[in-house]
Write a protein that binds this ligand. Structure first.
Ligand SMILES: [Zn+2]
Length: 257
């Protein structure tokens, strides 16, 4: 699946998880009060982890690691989950006292993230033309090294054609977008707030550790998207949340006045 879809799917999966900190929180009026908040660091981090295994395309510039091969196995994805958690842990340790997260929780969030990626990577199509297949290594061999089977919908269900593959992804992305917009307009939960550290701790002045975690993770994703995908997707990846946050602030001020 596409980059932005993976990121947002990881984000949404984390929102279904229970937040162990929630009983201490002051957001008792939220109907999702036991789950991770829509604007939490944890949801952003799960989104990063969900993206992380596609960092292999970027890493490929310096190493022989090929896109979609080792990283897209359960073993490889777990290593990426570990890598994501180790990467951000030094910052998270220095978060304000009521929002620090134990390493085991980071691992839980990143595991959910990488598995959401593997799940949605069932959608892309593995070429069934033997000539095309012979020229490349099989991708998505999730059960490697036990079983070298490329796991895709079209290797499991013979009727899954390329057209269906495109329709499935487009329908999913439209639903995802519709849900996020509905959640924003109806419930006042704008997902882009999870990409802005002041919302993580409900403090207008978060410390360097929060900004550090944000720039590190978001910077890595944007850089990877820029070098691997199209430059305009990287622009969209940064510009869209910024625009949404801007609109949200503007309308908030307008309704206040
Ligand atoms: Zn992938």
């Amino acid at each position: 699946m596409n980059t932005i879809g993976h990121f947002l799917t990881g984000y949404l999966f984390a929102r279904l998880m229970k937040d162990p900190k929630s009983h201490k929180g002051s957001q008792a009026n939220s109907s999702y009060s036991k789950r991770y908040r829509y604007d939490s660091f944890e949801c952003f981090f799960a989104g990063f982890a969900a993206y992380s295994i596609d960092l292999d395309s970027f890493i490929n510039n310096f190493t022989p690691m090929e896109h979609g091969v080792f990283s897209h196995t359960i073993v490889g994805a777990m290593l990426f989950a570990l890598f994501s958690s180790l990467l951000v842990y030094p910052f998270v340790r220095k978060f304000p006292e009521n929002s620090t997260i134990p390493f085991s929780r980071l691992m839980a969030l990143s595991t959910v993230g990488v598995f959401s990626h593997l799940l949605f990577d069932l959608i892309p199509y593995l070429p069934d033309d033997p000539v095309a297949r012979a020229n490349e290594i099989d991708h998505h061999m999730y059960f490697w090294p036990l079983w070298d089977f490329p796991v895709h919908f079209n290797t499991i269900f013979p009727g899954y054609t390329y057209t269906i593959r495109v329709i499935v992804e487009v329908v999913y992305m439209v639903q995802l977008g519709a849900f996020l917009i509905y959640d924003w307009l109806k419930n006042n939960r704008l997902f882009a707030k999870s990409l802005y550290p002041p919302y993580w701790h409900q403090s207008s002045n978060p410390k360097w550790s929060s900004w550090g975690a944000f720039y590190l993770l978001y910077g890595l994703m944007t850089m990877s998207i820029f070098f691997v995908s199209n430059w305009w997707i990287a622009v969209l990846f940064v510009g869209l949340p910024l625009a949404l946050l801007g609109i949200d602030q503007l309308t908030y001020k307008m309704t206040k006045n």
